[in-house]
Write a protein that binds this ligand. Structure first.
Ligand code: ADP
Length: 310
């Protein structure tokens, strides 16, 4: 197993009587891209700010590559790169000037400065944009600059808070690709409220809900969880719902959009074979049959209703 680059234990943050983050603990390993997923208000930003040393936890501890962030903040922070939800960009500086400034703030030694700035530009696809004013760049390119400032000092851990918010679909694809590439060399944590984002970029996912971790597993496990026990069925000549409900294994039938049906079944009671046979025999005109993906909202409802899975 790769080295642990970030270890958070029992992190809690209170605002007055409100507990925004409650007993969150997890680890991140070298080369991993970990997604923090949760609806707005779940506590993702508060967690990110604590992990980057920008907000003191009410209790709990954080280690970056074995260095205690609260006891030795300077040494630990040197190993972290952070892109906050609102990137701290100076619109009147050129890309090159801003990245040089960021490198200075991160205490990059003078001798390495120019090489590291060039490398960050190259890695973020900004090599042609060094002389441009940040204010004149598109939002997608500004976000590249935000990511470049987070990696310019070559940190071990890169933390990105909602990195694709406000971008158009093409920019989103490019930024996601860039983040995936960063995962090779750094460990990356990103927060998002978009399920496909996590599924397309991350190796592992942690779902937060009301300040707590309610799911922590691989992306494959999340996919399996989402596939659940539901079939999406399209029938050109559907029978009465009662007839579908009577199929062995089916526990509930639900009309879905576009004339489709959702057939829920008990674990181990997959009714696919029977359904196909009956549809042919009774001429229901079966034109679609696929495992239904639960939406993010359904995942949250399910997770928070059942026992937490961490
Ligand atoms: P997310 O990033 O998942 O949207 P946040 O971490 O921003 O969630 O917020 C978690 C909870 O903490 C929310 O209920 C929010 O209202 C509350 N909160 C966040 N920052 C503050 C603050 N500075 N003062 C008081 N409450 C806050």
């Amino acid at each position: 197993m790769n080295e642990i680059t970030l270890l958070a234990s029992d992190l809690t943050r209170r605002y007055g009587s409100h507990t925004a983050v409650n007993g969150v603990g997890f680890e991140l390993r070298q080369g991993e891209v970990l997604g923090f997923l949760g609806p707005n208000g779940a506590g993702k930003s508060t967690t990110m700010q604590m992990l980057t040393g920008n907000l003191a936890p009410s209790s709990g501890s954080i280690e970056i590559c074995g260095i205690d962030l609260l006891e030795r903040p300077k040494a630990a922070k040197a190993l972290i790169g952070y892109l906050p939800e609102t990137p701290p960009l100076y619109r009147d500086l050129s890309v090159h000037e801003f990245l040089t400034l960021s490198a200075k703030l991160h205490r990059v030694p003078r001798k390495q400065m120019s090489a590291l700035v060039e490398r960050a530009k190259l890695r973020c696809g900004l090599d042609q944009a060094g002389g441009k004013l940040i204010g004149s760049l598109s939002k997608g390119y500004q976000q590249r600059v935000g990511i470049a400032q987070a990696i310019v000092h070559n940190p071990r851990v890169v933390i990105l808070d909602e990195p694709t918010v406000g971008l158009d679909p093409i920019q989103i694809r490019e930024i996601r690709e860039l983040i995936r590439e960063l995962g090779g060399e750094h460990s990356v944590i990103l927060s998002t409220h978009i399920l496909p984002e996590v599924e397309s970029i991350c190796d592992r996912v942690q779902i937060m809900h009301q300040g707590q971790l309610v799911f922590s597993d691989s992306i494959d496990a999340l996919r399996r969880y989402r596939q659940g026990n539901t079939l999406e069925v399209g029938l050109r000549h559907p029978p009465a719902p009662g007839e579908l409900e009577a199929i062995n294994g089916v526990s509930r039938v639900e009309a879905a959009e576009d004339g489709l049906w959702r057939l829920h079944f008990a674990p181990g009671g997959d009714p696919t074979d029977t359904l196909v046979a009956l549809a042919a025999e009774r001429r229901w005109g079966l034109f679609r049959l696929q495992p239904a993906q639960t939406s993010l909202e359904e995942v949250f409802v399910h997770l928070t209703r059942s026992e937490a899975l961490v």
